[in-house]
Write a protein that binds this ligand. Structure first.
Ligand code: FES
Ligand SMILES: [Fe+2]
Length: 342
């Protein structure tokens, strides 16, 4: 079943995963080979030779060209076959599909639709990801055996923190003290939690005295198909957000196929920049939270409904899940609009 949104950018990988040797990754149900051209930009080809279907990622490079490792057909970065070792004639139908890729914010974004429609202005903003003199980002990746929309459900409903993340972020019930608001602006959805006048949550450890009262927020922004930014913030109670601090995080999901999802995540800090111990501590914490807490729960839940239609399974609604439900409806409407040629 192929029901992906086409006219959108998906994260193919962290930009530094794509070197000259290239990166082979399944995206939206297709094998894709990404590699870096001599001018530093990234090319992406379907990772499947049209002759006997060898992955082009198993081939070699001749400048910007890719030479199939099986029988030597050679392809330019735009997918055109430019050399046939068995004849002067280039066979008809030998062009490999190619994809537009745009590198921004340390991320390789791939346009899932027709490359002529690719508009970099539509890439969601993740400008906080690259390191600056004032910020440091830790990043990670995990492969989930679940459909990507179940990952979106998880991220747009952060009430699960209290239950799933008992070993990491669980906040002694603070999420229940909060208000949850879901808002849509154009094609962007916001699912925001606001928890005023609470004891400092674990993310604020050390920044406030233990008996302090703080305001805490978790602002999640979603763009189709599943690219999310989370701002985790804490400020002294009543002092306004500017008086506190904020940790921006990327939570970007890209379908590998219907049942498998690439989960790219990052977290940025503005203090303790050159402290590798802080990097290691954060990587351990997030690794535990996402790999050992979220992933097994999402995968096990998905295994119960794998291949079935989400709505036909009649999921209960608890109110807290309205962000995820709304994102599902928005995405369905966008896919239906595309299918209708809109
Ligand atoms: S499979 Fe690529 S040239 Fe034969
Ligand atoms: Fe989680």
């Amino acid at each position: 079943m192929d029901r992906y949104l086409r006219n959108c950018w998906v994260m193919a990988g962290w930009a530094d995963e794509v070197g000259e040797a290239g990166l082979a990754r399944r995206l939206l149900g297709k094998p894709v080979f990404l590699y870096r051209l001599e001018d530093g930009t990234i090319a992406a080809l379907l990772d499947r030779c049209p002759h006997r279907f060898a992955p082009l990622s198993r081939g070699t490079r001749d400048g910007d060209r890719v030479v199939c490792g099986y029988h030597g057909l050679t392809f330019a970065a735009d997918g055109r076959c430019v050399h046939n070792p068995f004849s002067d004639r280039i066979p008809a139908g030998s062009t490999v599909p190619s994809f537009a890729v745009h590198e921004r914010d340390g991320i390789a974004w791939l346009w899932a639709g027709d490359r002529d429609d690719a508009d970099p202005a539509l890439i969601p903003d993740f400008a906080f990801v690259p390191d600056t003199p004032h910020s440091r980002t830790v990043r990670g990746y995990t492969l989930m055996q679940a459909n990507y929309e179940y990952g979106t459900d998880n991220l747009l409903d952060l009430s699960h923190i209290e239950f799933v993340h008992k070993g990491t972020f669980a906040g002694q019930g603070v999420i229940f003290a909060g208000e949850h608001a879901v808002q849509v602006e154009g094609e962007t959805l916001h699912s925001n939690w606001w928890m005023p006048n609470i004891a400092p949550p674990s993310v604020a450890q050390g920044a406030f005295p233990p008996d302090a009262r703080v305001d805490h927020w978790l602002d999640m922004r979603w763009n189709a198909p599943a690219s999310m930014r989370l701002n985790v913030g804490v400020s002294p109670h009543g002092a306004g957000r500017e008086a506190g601090f904020e940790v921006p995080q990327a939570h970007i999901l890209t379908p590998a196929d219907e049942h498998t999802t690439h989960y790219f995540w990052s977290s940025t800090r503005f203090s303790d920049l050159d402290n590798p111990q802080v990097d290691a501590m954060l990587l351990t914490l997030f690794g535990e939270a996402f790999d050992l807490e979220d992933k097994p729960m999402i995968e096990a839940a998905y295994a119960n409904v794998r291949g079935k239609d989400f709505w036909k399974e009649r999921p209960l609604s608890l109110g807290i899940d309205q962000g995820g439900a709304r994102a599902r409806r928005m995405l369905e409407a966008m896919i239906a609009k595309e299918a209708a040629g809109g």
